[in-house]
Design a protein around this ligand. Structure first.
Ligand code: MG
Ligand code: ZN
Length: 244
C-alpha cells in the first residue's frame, strides 16, 4: 500500500513538472508568435521522422522562391551543422541549433535564435525541427503553422501511431513519391488516417527528385503567406510581402 502511495506521489510530481515545463514553453512561444506577427514574418515548424527529406524539401523550396535572401531557416539537429550548410548554399540565412541529447526544439531555443538572426520584416522563417514525431508535438515554438512530413518509405499508419503530432498540424506532406513503385504505401489510406485524427488537415504529395507536387506545395505556401499578410497587417499596414 505504501509503495502504491509512493508511486502515485512520484507520478503526481512528474505530471506537475511536465506541466511547469510546458507552461514556461507556452509563454515563450506566445512571445515568439507576437514578435513574428508584429514583424510580418510567416513561420512554419516542419516536423518528421529522421530521413523524411525535410532539408531537401527546404533547399528545393528556397530555390523556387523569387528571393532566397527573404528566407531564414532554423535547423534543429542533435549534432552537426551539415543541414545549415546545405541551406546556406541556396543563399538563404540559416542558423543551426544543436540540441545534444535533446530530441526536440523548444520555444526558448527559437527565441534565442530569433534574437541572433536579424531577420527582415515581412520574410519567411522555416524551422526544421529535430527528426522525431513524438515530443515536438508538445512544444509550441510560436510558429504560425506546423507541417508534418512523412515519406513513402515509412508506414502509412503513422497518423494513427503518432496522433498528437497530426492534431495541431495544418498540413501533411507525403514525400518521396518517386519511390512509390518500390514500396507498399497507400496514399488514400494515409490521407484517411490523417483526416480521422485531424479533419482540417490539408494533404499534399510530392517528390523533390521529380518535381511532382512541388507546384501545389508552393501554392499552399503562397496562399498561407497572402492570408498571413492580411492578418499581420492589421494595425500595421506598412508591411511588404516577401514573395514579390
Ligand atoms: Mg535535416
Ligand atoms: Zn524531445
Amino acid at each position: 500500500m505504501g509503495l502504491r502511495g509512493g508511486q502515485a506521489d512520484t507520478e503526481q510530481r512528474v505530471i506537475q513538472l511536465e506541466q511547469d515545463i510546458l507552461g514556461v514553453n507556452n509563454a515563450i512561444a506566445a512571445a515568439n508568435r507576437r514578435w513574428l506577427r508584429r514583424n510580418g514574418i510567416l513561420s512554419l515548424n516542419l516536423v518528421s521522422s529522421p530521413g523524411a527529406g525535410k532539408t531537401s524539401l527546404l533547399t528545393e523550396t528556397i530555390r523556387r522562391l523569387p528571393d532566397a535572401s527573404a528566407v531564414t531557416v532554423i535547423e534543429g539537429d542533435q549534432q552537426t551543422d551539415l543541414d545549415a550548410a546545405r541551406i546556406r548554399e541556396t543563399g538563404a540565412k540559416a542558423l543551426q541549433i544543436n540540441t545534444g541529447k535533446g530530441c526536440h526544439l523548444d520555444a526558448r531555443m527559437v527565441n534565442e535564435a530569433i534574437g541572433r538572426l536579424n531577420m527582415e520584416p515581412a520574410s519567411l522563417l522555416l524551422i526544421e525541427n529535430v527528426g522525431n514525431l513524438v515530443c515536438p508535438a508538445s512544444f509550441d515554438l510560436g510558429e504560425e503553422a506546423r507541417v508534418v512530413i512523412l515519406s513513402v518509405t515509412e508506414g502509412d499508419d503513422k497518423p494513427l501511431k503518432y496522433p498528437d503530432i497530426f492534431v495541431g498540424a495544418s498540413l501533411m506532406i507525403v514525400s518521396k513519391t518517386d519511390l512509390l513503385p518500390y514500396v507498399h504505401f497507400d496514399i488514400d489510406r494515409v490521407t484517411e488516417y490523417a483526416r480521422r485524427i485531424n479533419p482540417d488537415i490539408a494533404c499534399l504529395t510530392l517528390s523533390v527528385e521529380t518535381g511532382q507536387g512541388m507546384d501545389a506545395w508552393m501554392e499552399w505556401l503562397e496562399k498561407r503567406r497572402s492570408t498571413f499578410c492580411i492578418t499581420a497587417a492589421d494595425g500595421d499596414p506598412g508591411l511588404v510581402p516577401f514573395f514579390t
